[in-house]
Design a protein around this ligand. Structure first.
Ligand code: ATP
Ligand code: MG
Ligand code: MG
Ligand code: MG
Length: 470
């Protein structure tokens, strides 16, 4: 079996041999980009190179970029544990052309690597193109010999990429692998596309146009290429398993979590073990890159992820803090490729232990309250937003933890009510705030808190009375 570490290497070597400079992953906290919570794609560290603001001594690059999608525009947190293919932390393999090669060579490279180097059967692969992109359609026919019914024209934004309202943009082409008809799901564009049968493995973005205020205003003088392939998804394919969580890296983590808690990993606690393994990776890599749990901003997203994992540790019956005991396995699996993980191991363990010890003190009380509050709710019922807020405020339950806890019971949460309760508490705190005497700076402080809150939902009051109040 080819290990995930070998697959990463093989991808970088392939593009390295084809004139690409191998660039190490950038840290998860974006450099100079306050608009973005975490790096969530391979192209992020190259944004300014694509727009021409920055120069590099090369025009082709390849990387395996650490990525987190647990908030903001790309939020896969809720999928974790429930689909075979989503993580909060994953590695995005990519090849980039900065005004160098374009569509034809990008498709040729992707096809050669997948079917020649790695030997995947062409009949298992399907490509999508943006509905108007005849050029890409024809290239898939010419280069890959794909039959027309396996080149699917998609009219939605899924196949049109843009950096923002202004800047480079262009059509994309996604490559899907068919895991077989024993798995539920349909081809892209079909009503069953959300199933796990056809899994998107690679996205090729053809940066071709210039956009201003959401309007295409012209062609880029030097079109560029940005691609992204999920390492864990291609590892599943190459290791002959359907599910990312059955690949070598995840198996090691899940087995360890099963062994430490003396529970089966494929029975009733299957989803919990997966959530724990996934969240262990995201939290550990975030801490290694300098994020620490906090009640606002990036640190709050980290805390949310940690607490969700810790609740699942509690579900499978862990009598003591669990997460910190799994870090060693993670370091064995991934420390070779990511030295920062090895360096930060003691800090990661300490942080997880402290957080889990504290959270466990309120977890049971909070869950009890949740049970009481839902005992009379019918199947499909909704928990009042105020109760969700109380759980947040008193017991440190992030909103999505409450949502996740109810989901398995077929219950929902009243998000609007929650937001309203939060807003009311903020207003009360604002009124009570005596301030430092410098009104302007106090106003700014609250404004910052509120703008961050509107996109990322910050913790507002110190949940454990630790004076972390904004
Ligand atoms: P999906 O439609 O499956 O959510 P996407 O279109 O949002 O994926 P892209 O933004 O195109 O993903 O990212 C490029 C590649 O990164 C995808 O083709 C996929 O292989 C991988 N990827 C994206 N999101 C995740 C995730 N949450 N976990 C693991 N791999 C991912
Ligand atoms: Mg997605
Ligand atoms: Mg997609
Ligand atoms: Mg995609």
């Amino acid at each position: 079996m080819t290990s995930t570490n070998d697959i990463r290497r093989s991808f970088l070597d392939y593009f390295g041999a084809n004139g690409h400079t191998i660039v190490p992953s950038a840290p998860l906290v974006p450099h100079n980009d306050p608009t973005l919570m975490f790096v969530n794609a391979g192209m992020v560290p190259f944004k300014n190179v694509f727009t021409g603001l920055e120069k590099r001594p090369f025009s082709r690059a390849t990387s395996s970029q650490k990525s987190v999608r647990a908030g903001g525009k790309h939020n896969d947190l809720d999928n974790v544990g429930y689909t075979a293919r989503h993580h909060t932390f994953f590695e995005m393999l990519g090849n980039f052309s900065f005004g160098d090669y374009f569509k034809e060579q990008a498709i040729t490279h992707a096809w050669t690597l997948l079917t020649k180097e790695w030997g995947l059967p062409p009949e298992k692969l399907t490509a999508t193109v943006y509905h108007t992109d005849d050029e890409a359609f024809d290239l898939w026919k010419k280069i890959a010999g794909l039959p027309e019914q396996r080149i699917i024209r998609i009219p939605t934004k899924d196949n049109f990429w843009a950096m923002g309202d202004s800047g480079p943009c262009g059509p994309c082409s996604e490559i899907f692998y068919d895991h077989g008809d024993h798995i539920w799901g349909g081809p892209p564009g079909s009503p069953e596309e959300d199933g796990d049968r056809f899994v998107e493995i690679w996205n090729l973005v053809f940066m071709q146009y210039e956009q201003e205020a959401n309007e295409i205003v012209g062609e880029l003088p030097k079109p560029s290429i940005d691609t992204g392939m999920g390492l864990e998804r291609i590892a599943a394919v190459l290791q002959g398993v359907h599910d990312n969580y059955d690949t070598d890296t995840f198996k090691a983590l899940i087995e360890e979590s099963g062994a430490l808690t003396k529970t089966a990993t494929d029975g009733e606690f299957k989803a919990s073990h997966r959530v724990i393994a996934d969240h262990l990776r995201s939290t550990s890599f975030l801490i290694a890159d300098g994020v620490l749990p906090a009640n606002e901003g990036r640190g709050y997203v980290l805390r949310r992820i940690m607490r969700r994992a810790m609740r699942h540790a509690h579900i499978i019956g862990a009598k003591e803090p669990l997460m910190h005991r799994l870090v060693g396995s993670l370091v064995s699996e991934m420390g070779g490729a990511y030295q920062e993980l090895v360096r930060a191991q003691p800090l990661i363990e300490e942080t997880l232990l402290r957080e889990e010890t504290r959270f466990r003190q309120t977890l049971e009380k909070g869950l009890k309250l949740l049970d009481e509050a839902t005992v009379d709710l019918p199947e499909g019922g909704t928990l009042p937003g105020e109760t969700a807020f109380k759980l947040y405020d008193t017991y440190g339950f992030p909103y999505d933890l409450t949502e996740d806890a109810l989901r398995s019971r077929g219950l929902g949460v009243d998000r609007e009510g929650f937001d309203q309760a939060m807003a009311e508490q903020k207003a009360a705190a604002r009124a009570a705030w005596k301030g430092s005497g410098e009104k302007a700076s106090d106003e700014i402080w609250f404004d910052i808190a509120e703008t961050t809150g509107s996109t990322e939902f910050i913790g507002y009051s110190g949940t454990e009375g630790e004076g972390e109040v904004l």
